[in-house]
Structures are given as C-alpha cells and as structure tokens.
Design a protein around this ligand. Structure first.
Ligand code: PGA
Length: 249
C-alpha cells in the first residue's frame, strides 16, 4: 500500500504572520490526520511556519530552489538555506515555473539532482497543456517530462521522489481532470518509471494529482488505483478546505 500524501502549495500567498497563524491552526486540526501532509509556503514565510510546525506531523516544503549550491545568483535561494530553516521537501518543475519563468526539462533535472544530492526530497511536477491534450500528445509530453526530469537519478534516489501529475488546464481553473483521466495519466507515468527503473520502484512511487482539488472531489480522485495523493493550490489556503482534503479518509 502506498501512503497517501497531501501537499499544499501556497504559491505567492501568506505573509510570515499569516502563514504562522494558519500553520498553527493546521497543527491542531491535523494532529490525528492519517495522511502524510506537507505545506509549501513562499520563501520568506518559511521560517515563521517552520517555527509553528515544530514537533508536529506536518512536513515543510519549498516551492522552488536554485540550480546551484551558492554564489552569484541574484534572487535565488539555495538548498542549504532551505534545509537550515527546516525544509525537507522541495517542489520542482511546477507548470508555473515552467511557463512563467522559462524552466526547461534540463533545468528541472539539474534542480532535482541537486536537491537529492543535498538530502532534500522532491515533489516533481509534470503535466500537459490543453493544446497538447487536444493534439493527442499527452503521453509524448509526459514521457519527455518524466524521462528528461529523472535523467541521472538512480533507483535508490527514487524513494525520495514524489511525482505530481498536474494537467495545466486544470490548475486554478476549477476544471478537474476526471478520476479516470487522472488514473490513466498516473498509470502511464508509473509505466514509464517502471521502464526506466524496476517494477518495484514504479509500484512504490507516490503519484499525486494536482489541479483544482477540493473537498468535494478529493475522495473520488483518491479512490483511483494510481492516485496516491494530491498537490493542492487554491484549496490549501484555508482550514475549511485543506483540513477535509487532508482528512479525506
Ligand atoms: P490549484 O493548484 O489547486 O489551485 O488548481 C494546484 C497547483 O498548481 O499545485
């Protein structure tokens, strides 16, 4: 059985004060949560949230990370900095990073390898645009993103990787992939990982679905064989929505 993993990507929301208050509420509400839960605040909010999460069962994530260890990279934040403030997981390859900030498969791959070398776990995001889905090239896109993104990652390191399938057309739009659509894409991603590594690696891989996950659709999504978790954006910002998602079971 793969462990359910629910992650909240706060994106560019929550100041340090608001984030700490929200995290404190989540600690209380999720003390008896059966799923693995993570929140990923913006960089400057991380230390305050880290403080609030101390001693709790909620993991702390970051939404991005530099592709170099240190040096003259204005505006960037390193793996070492993230670890020092309590981050254990980094979200990489999010479609907003790819589309708005020009992150290519090669950049995503460099970041993934660097994060793993620094003992950070990774939520590795993949997913097609609407135009790609309509052109019938969903599988080609997923194949490229998965194989390029995981280049040079060995089988042992795969236990530190969670894949998040996020169809771009479903992110922040209110449009959710049907549970069957999600399951089919997840099954394909698992098969690709199986062809790159072993059946065992593929079977134990946690694959989250992301894109307009809400309390009303999480159960049906999580009921699918290949859907092991959720990467939640908009609905991760309030107790009313995130708690029932995390406690879907
Ligand atoms: P959404 O975002 O839940 O607001 O659609 C998901 C994501 O981008 O991770």
């Amino acid at each position: 059985m793969r462990e359910a993993f629910i992650a909240g990507n706060w994106k560019m929301n929550m100041t340090p004060a608001k984030g700490a208050e929200f995290a404190t509420a989540l600690v209380k509400e999720l003390a008896d949560c059966k799923s693995k839960v993570l929140v990923a605040p913006p960089f400057v909010t991380i230390p305050a949230v880290s403080q609030a999460l101390k001693g709790s069962n909620i993991l702390l994530g970051a939404q991005n990370m530099a592709d170099h260890l240190s040096g003259a990279f204005t505006g960037e934040v390193s793996a070492e900095m993230l670890k020092e403030v309590g981050v254990s997981v980094v979200i990489l390859g999010h479609s907003e990073r790819r589309a708005l900030y020009g992150e290519t498969d090669a950049i995503v791959n460099a970041k993934i390898r660097l994060a793993l070398s620094q003992d950070l776990d990774v939520i590795f995001c993949v997913g097609e645009t609407l135009a790609e889905r309509e052109a019938g090239i969903l599988k080609d896109i997923l194949y490229r993103q998965v194989t390029e993104g995981l280049k040079g990652v060995d089988a042992l390191q795969m236990s530190r990787i969670t894949v998040a399938y996020e169809p771009v057309w479903a992110i922040g739009t209110g449009k959710t992939a049907t549970p069957d659509d999600a399951n089919e894409a997840h099954a394909y991603i698992r098969a690709v990982v199986g062809s790159m590594y072993t059946k065992g690696v593929a079977e134990s891989l946690i694959i989250q679905y992301g894109g307009s996950v809400k309390p009303s659709n999480v159960k049906d999504l999580m009921a699918m064989e290949h859907v092991d978790g959720a990467l939640v954006g908009g609905a991760s910002l309030t107790v009313d929505q995130f708690v029932p998602i995390a406690k879907f079971n």
